[in-house]
Design a protein around this ligand. Structure first.
Ligand code: HEM
Length: 398
């Protein structure tokens, strides 16, 4: 039977709350059982998996597929935040089985831990440069930096010229507009991808790794996914991570809290994982659909039932695992860029702490607010006002 949630506890509610205030629907969801049938944002039932142990089972179960061709036909793709079907666009996120494994193999060497370690210095330079450009402030880091930095990092990796960074920012912004905006944004991403493929970088490397029958247009879509998804997730995460560090106080307080000699990436990696676990930028997985009748914890799901995993709600379960827990998903669709995302977040924190010793919140930490956009999207800080954003060499501090 479909679970009725009282007003304000629907798992897809939009709203604004304090940063330490739990999402209103989360507790109601968890207490309703390991599999909860709720009303989907686009209508009809959705089965939501709320425990980490069952999440890991579902995320590895080939009876659940991500091809949106299996979505309820009556769903409005925009209202449901659906991607194109696997037949419409070749994508890591919607293919399964052997074609999916082949795509993962093509991406994996480019995003390996070794490659990402080698990029740490470049990521720090990017963070330093973009923060210094903002001026001393007060400046709202959510207004600009948290969009530009992930796009610059991924763009640099792929071979997108820095001169096109503004175009990338604009394309991301337009993805949230109307149909014409989205079409314009996709045109912008295609231009970025085509340009990247003419330069040295991973875009060209990906093209070379993929079978020759994959068209350039299809490669453009794969590159769009990396740019857009990379920003969509890392941007909000950056807000929460930087807010946590800035709430530790000014430069001197921060160094005493964080301890001497913890060097770049040291305890920062643990802090980043902890923030991701508590505030996963993707609180739910993307949509999955049962490809046949499946019984899950005593609940029978007919074929084509939409399924979500509550990644945020299962964070405290022992089965969530160490570090970031289930923030990056699990199973064959585990985030393809785990090492990139963590390295990128660690680099930004290390730069803020090490190179901007006077940076501090321009408002009390208790005044920060997070916005839940509703649907399956994650929350983000409404604003992150920072002042004293002076690079070390100009600040007189040592
Ligand atoms: C903190 C940052 C990030 C988080 C928390 C995150 C989280 C996730 C999650 C939960 C999934 C699985 C969704 C599902 O199973 O339905 C996923 C998949 C994916 N992510 Fe990330 N992600 C992050 C950063 C990135 C970045 C930076 C990129 C690219 C540059 C990226 C690219 C992808 C891709 C391509 C997939 C699809 C993988 C597949 O289906 O095989 N992610 N991510």
């Amino acid at each position: 039977m479909m679970q009725r949630f009282s007003h304000g506890t629907c798992p897809f509610t939009a709203g604004t709350r304090r940063t330490d205030e739990p999402y209103p629907g989360r507790e109601a969801l968890r207490s309703a059982g390991p599999v909860v049938l709720a009303e989907a944002p686009a209508g009809g039932p959705v089965a939501i998996v709320t425990t980490a142990a069952l999440a890991r089972v579902v995320l590895a179960d080939p009876r659940f597929v991500k091809d949106t061709a299996w979505a309820p036909p009556e769903w409005d793709p925009r209202a449901a935040e659906l991607e194109p079907t696997a037949a419409q666009a070749l994508s890591l996120t919607t293919t399964e089985g052997a074609p999916h494994a082949a795509l993962r193999r093509a991406h994996a060497p480019m995003l390996s831990p070794r490659r990402m370690r080698a990029r740490r210095g470049a990521m720090r330079d990017t963070a330093r440069g973009l923060l210094a450009e903002r001026g001393e402030g007060p400046v709202d880091l959510m207004a600009d930096f948290t969009t530009r930095y992930p796009l610059a990092v991924v763009g640099d990796l792929l071979g997108v010229p820095r001169a096109m960074l503004d175009e990338a920012v604009e394309a991301c912004r337009r993805m949230f507009g109307d149909e014409a905006d989205v079409a314009a944004a996709m045109g912008g991403f295609a231009r970025l991808a085509a340009t990247a493929m003419q330069h040295e970088g991973l875009a060209r490397e990906l093209r070379e790794r993929l079978p020759a029958d994959v068209t350039d247009e299809q490669v453009h879509y794969l590159l769009f996914t990396l740019l857009f998804v990379g920003q969509l997730t890392t941007g909000p995460a950056l807000g929460f991570v930087l807010a946590r560090v800035l709430a530790e106080g000014d430069g001197a307080q921060r160094s005493s809290t964080r301890g001497e000699g913890t060097g770049p990436g040291g305890d920062t990696a643990a802090l980043v994982d902890d923030v991701l676990r508590r505030d996963p930028p993707a609180p739910f997985t993307l949509w999955r659909f049962s490809a046949q009748e499946v019984e899950l914890a005593g609940v029978v799901l007919p074929p084509r039932t939409p399924v979500l995993v509550d990644l945020a709600g299962s964070a405290d379960d022992p089965g969530a695992g160490p570090g970031p827990g289930l923030a990056f998903g699990a199973g064959p669709h585990l985030c393809a860029a785990v090492h990139l995302a963590r390295a990128e977040l660690v680099a930004a924190v290390d730069v803020l702490v090490g190179d901007f010793p006077d940076a501090r919140l321009a408002v009390p930490a208790a005044d920060l607010r997070r916005v839940d956009p509703g649907g399956i999207a994650g929350s983000r800080l409404a604003a992150l006002p920072v002042e004293g954003l002076r690079p070390r060499e100009c600040s007189g501090s040592s």
